[in-house]
Design a protein around this ligand. Structure first.
Ligand SMILES: Cc1ncc(COP(=O)(O)O)c(C=O)c1O
Length: 395
């Protein structure tokens, strides 16, 4: 058994007497004890609001919350003042979509494979212009140049697809978009816990992810904004906590990032995220990335030979994939979601089944749902063998 498994209380539980095999980290990661303890410590030792209290508990809460912002910044090579706490990645996209003050004939370019969270917010405020995907659902990255027009106001894409697990050439996209004067937003939801990320190296203008896919609590999201870009972002949410001055005829917002954090934030969640980040940094993102690549390669190797299986992105080299493998498996009178349920009920193997918030990808690939197995640092080869063996029996 992988040593890291012991750090996650959830992974110790059983379903109907069988130990669980958790292969659903792309949906959300289990939380290690250090994160659970950090959340508990906030409630038992601090428990006060942030940026408001003048007493010692308020000071302790504020210090712990701001320390978490430092941890996030250190993880992705940003400045703490470039990190906005939101509710989730979805809210980070909405904040930028609303903040850029787009009009419905402005264009936002992104691949047809994007998650709904990096699709719907643009659809509400502008015209989506899609980069096509190939038969394996991988974006035709070279199309970007021809999709950019005078009306393009933003280019956005997932660093790693939540459906095919392929790592996108984000630096090349930033270069192409910037050459045309267009800013770029990166969806790091599926990459931030698998790969080292340096926003300055990528050169992106905005980047979003959720704490809960990085071993942290749910209800916390991150929006990185390159410092100069704050000027182009209108206020999204207003209220307490973001005001520097308010009178009946004039109001002044606090400086960024606080001006985008109206209302009491998810303090315990941010502190828990800080603990999660300290954990992954102490393991080392390079080590995690190598493990992810190896498990990704094994997933494809084991699942591709299943009779009738269509594995998405299977022909992409292992160094361009993470530990995520999505396939459709023909089993008479069963949907892909039925198969996922059967794996859980009969084998305590937990995977995703359905459309993974990517309907357009599935329509374009003519897939009526898919089965997704996603592994992480606590998984090992035995977990993948268990999954492959259960699916072999089924087909
Ligand atoms: C690639 C990608 N983007 C965005 C999201 C949205 O994350 P959240 O629901 O935490 O806002 C997800 C979550 O599944 C995702 O996989």
């Amino acid at each position: 058994m992988n040593d890291y498994k012991n750090s996650f209380p959830l992974l110790q539980r059983e379903l109907d007497g069988q130990p669980i095999t958790y292969l659903d980290s792309a949906s959300t990661t289990p939380k290690p004890k250090v994160v659970i303890d950090a959340v508990t410590r906030y409630y038992t030792e601090m428990g006060a609001n942030v940026h408001r209290g003048v007493h010692p508990l308020g000071e302790a809460s504020t210090a712990a919350y701001e320390r978490a912002r430092y941890s996030v910044a250190a993880l992705i090579g940003a400045l703490p003042s470039e990190i906005v706490f939101t509710r989730n990645a979805t809210e980070s996209f909405n904040l930028v979509a609303q903040g850029l003050a787009l009009s419905l004939d402005d264009e936002v370019v992104f691949p047809a494979s994007e998650h709904h969270s990096n699709y719907m917010p643009w659809r509400q405020v502008a015209k989506p212009v899609l980069v096509d995907i190939d038969d394996e659902t991988v974006p035709r990255y070279s199309q970007l140049k021809e999709r950019i027009t005078k009306r393009t106001k933003l280019v956005t894409l997932a660093h790693v697809s939540n459906v095919n697990g392929v790592i996108a050439p984000v630096e090349e996209w930033v270069e192409t978009a910037h050459a045309a004067g267009v800013p770029v937003m990166i969806d790091a939801s599926q990459s931030v816990s698998h790969l080292p990320i340096d926003v300055k190296k990528i050169g992106c203008d905005f980047l979003a992810f959720s704490s809960h896919k990085l071993f942290g609590p749910s209800g916390v999201g991150i929006l990185y904004v390159r410092r100069e870009r704050f000027d182009s972002l209108k206020l999204y949410n207003v209220g307490g906590g973001m005001v520097a001055y308010n009178s009946e005829d004039r109001f002044e917002a606090r400086e960024a990032p606080f001006r985008y954090e109206a209302g009491t934030p998810n303090i315990e969640g941010a502190i828990g995220l800080g603990a999660a980040i300290e954990m992954v940094r102490s393991i080392g993102m390079d080590k995690i990335a190598a493990h992810s690549r190896a498990l990704g390669e094994m997933l494809v190797r084991e699942l591709k030979p299943l009779s009738g299986a269509r594995v998405l992105g299977a022909s992409v080299a292992p160094e361009r994939r993470v530990a995520l493998c999505t396939l459709s498996l023909p089993v008479p009178s069963m949907t892909q979601a039925n198969i996922a349920r059967l794996l859980a009920d009969s084998h305590a193997i937990l995977v995703s089944g359905g459309f993974h918030c990517a309907h357009v990808l599935h329509h374009r690939a003519q897939l009526d749902g898919t089965l997704r197995a996603s592994a992480h640092l606590f998984n090992d080869e035995a977990d993948i063998e268990r999954l492959a063996s259960a699916l072999r029996d089924l087909v």
